[in-house]
Unconditional design. Sequence first.
Length: 276
Amino acid sequence: MESSVGSISFGLALSGGAARGAAHIGVLEVLESAGLRPAMISGTSVGALVGGLYAFGKTPAQILALAHKLSWSKISSFSPSRLGLLSNEEIASLVEDQVGKVRIEDAPIPLAIVATDIRSGEKVVFREGNLAEAVMASSCLPGIYRPVNINGRLLVDGFLVENVPLSPLVEAGLAVRVAVNLGAEREYRELEDLFDVILNAMEIAIDANTMNALRQAQVIIGPRLARFSRRDPAHVPDMYEEGRRAARDMLPQLQALVQPPPPPGFWKRLWRSLKG
């Protein structure tokens, strides 16, 4: 897939990572400043939230301003049931407040969002349908939030099946795939409460699969985020800057892939044509 003469399009996979998703915003800012716009975005969990907002026209600065205001309490409501203690319906409301009641297939940048069918274990990839519902499903932490019912399927966080969602980019035929892995350091949090136990257990289980999945990426951006909590938004500015740093480090590699050098003899032919 080519976006313009002399350049090759690329896809961007944004991983899960809760509050650490602020690093995704820093990555997007660096890419945008370099004139690099993804031909497609795929997202899991917080990557679905950030990617969805960006695909529908929100700027990195606007998403960053929103990230400063977010916290677990603002995206959760107490709603006990036999399948979960809380509801994350506030995520859907947030998305609709920002971009309206939009459908995924109408995104200016093609978008895919990954969730998990908690009954079958299947990966569910949303390429169409209500954006807010898909983001809510993709970021629904199992055991904490009630599963999200969409078309009769009970869906939870996509990080169980594909935390760095590269497969939608492969299926779309994108030869250059950029992965932003918020769990690159593979360090786990100190245990303070039930949330930490559940998150550590899940991350330990999925890390090996993530390392295998990353083989499908041509460029891997791995912000160093182990020192930051996944639940505390107090360090949003630091995580944003770490995303920017990590993206800048990999920018030359990406630019070499999406802006390949001219074919042999190009400059000589150009010089001759200029001489007349």
